[in-house]
Design a protein around this ligand. Sequence first.
Ligand SMILES: Nc1nc2c(ncn2[C@@H]2O[C@H](COP(=O)(O)OP(=O)(O)OP(=O)(O)O)[C@@H](O)[C@H]2O)c(=O)[nH]1
Ligand SMILES: [Mg+2]
Length: 493
Amino acid sequence: MKHSGSVMDNGLCMPAKVQEDHLGTIRDVFAGESPETIPHRLISLLEVFDRFKIDIAVTGDSGAGKSSLINAILGLKPDDKGAAQTGAIETTKQATMYQQSNLPHIRLWDLPGMGTPSFASKSYVKMMNFDLYDMFMVVISERVRENNMLLVDEIDKRKKPFYFIRTKIDNDVKSQRRKSKFSETQALEQMRQDCEKYLKEKKLDPHIFLVSTHDTHNYEFQKFISTFKDEVFKIRAEEFSGFLDKMLHGGWLKARYATQHVQQTEKLETEDITKLQNMYKSTGFGAAKVSAVLEALSHFQLDVAVLGETGSGVSTLVNALVGLENEESSGAGASISNPALSPVYPDVRFWDISGIEAVMDYSVFEMKQAMKCYDFYIIIVSDWEKVRHVKLAKEVEKLRKHYLLVQTKVDSCLQTQGDLCCEETEILDGLRAQFTQELQREKLSEQQMFLINSQDRSAFDFVSLESALSSDLNTIRTSAFAYYIARTVKENL
Ligand SMILES: Nc1nc2c(ncn2[C@@H]2O[C@H](COP(=O)(O)OP(=O)(O)OP(=O)(O)O)[C@@H](O)[C@H]2O)c(=O)[nH]1
Ligand SMILES: [Mg+2]
């Protein structure tokens, strides 16, 4: 794979934010456009895409464990508030929708089970209206049955993606353990082959997961979740481009049907649909272009710089953010030329830029060059007297980029000050007040300061720092991507 990257004047090298291989189509698509108009157009398109929802049906035989699977995905126990009802008798009587707050684009539908007197196999698909869904999770237990393959046929007819999920693996393993020559690996492999056999007969090759919703840390539940999280963007992108293709290029009947479907299922608001139609009319921004944009976006790496002076705790904070203990990373940790990655923040690269005093004192120009390369900044306040964090924050504001200010090692700060005087909350409030005053004095934009101890993620403001990051990074990704594409197109003119 060809790498392109920008080498900065101070010798830092940042790998390309999108690999060269994935830029070809988008360059062609934007070839005739003036780079100045690109960011605005891309941002408004991506804002609409961000609101686009997909519907996933969890289907299968009665009692197979569909509702339990939904609860496990949502991280809920059967008795928790908002959990799907589960039980030993026919439990789910109508399709019910569930959503998780950190996956707002995904609507999971718990369908009644197939093959009971109320939902006979023959009429099940018609009653459940499979045309409403964009993806399916076919849940089976104990063995593959005829009904399961009927469902697969119906899904395949509609050319929709699906996962084949065998649940209650804990029960299977427990009962097979009684055999004299038992091997868990072999037993699991046999169960997988049993599923594969029937799917291969139909020339289908979906993901197969062997899970237990009663024991989500064992078997393949975690693999199922991470695959789903990795793939969901692509599935949404395909649905969205497919919808645009029908609405904009499909002839009036197809267009009307597609638009009505999206409106009625509330995948998009009417005004968003109108926006897409107008965008196409005025700029020819149709399905092929949108598809190229979303493809490039799915490969886009967002660069977050964690900046601080030597010894201010930059590496410890980077490790805490990506979920590594300090010892785990020794030798292979993040650095100025090697980013840290985390499944919690997909496609985000955290750069460890400690020793910022050297960069700053060396030459402001070079610091500016170095700073430009990142999309978002976490600035560590190590010493209030030195005000380096203020200079950094000003530089970031000049670049019109966003940052968070963090004071690390708050535990030791409390220890020293605690010997002198007062309560913990008073000291923390004092730090916050000092910070607000400083921002005002320096005419920096108003914002929260996060007081943390990177070695204890449950203490002080660490959790709020993580949630601020998650919510900010999504918006920042959109605009960083839009400007990056505009720059790429400009370079090629
Ligand atoms: N041991 C074990 N039991 C499970 C598992 N998943 C579900 N069960 C049990 O199987 C029974 C049926 O589970 P549900 O989740 O209600 O099944 P369902 O497919 O939603 O059932 P209907 O809605 O009635 O079609 C319940 O008693 C669950 O506790 C599992 O992974 N392991
Ligand atoms: Mg159910």
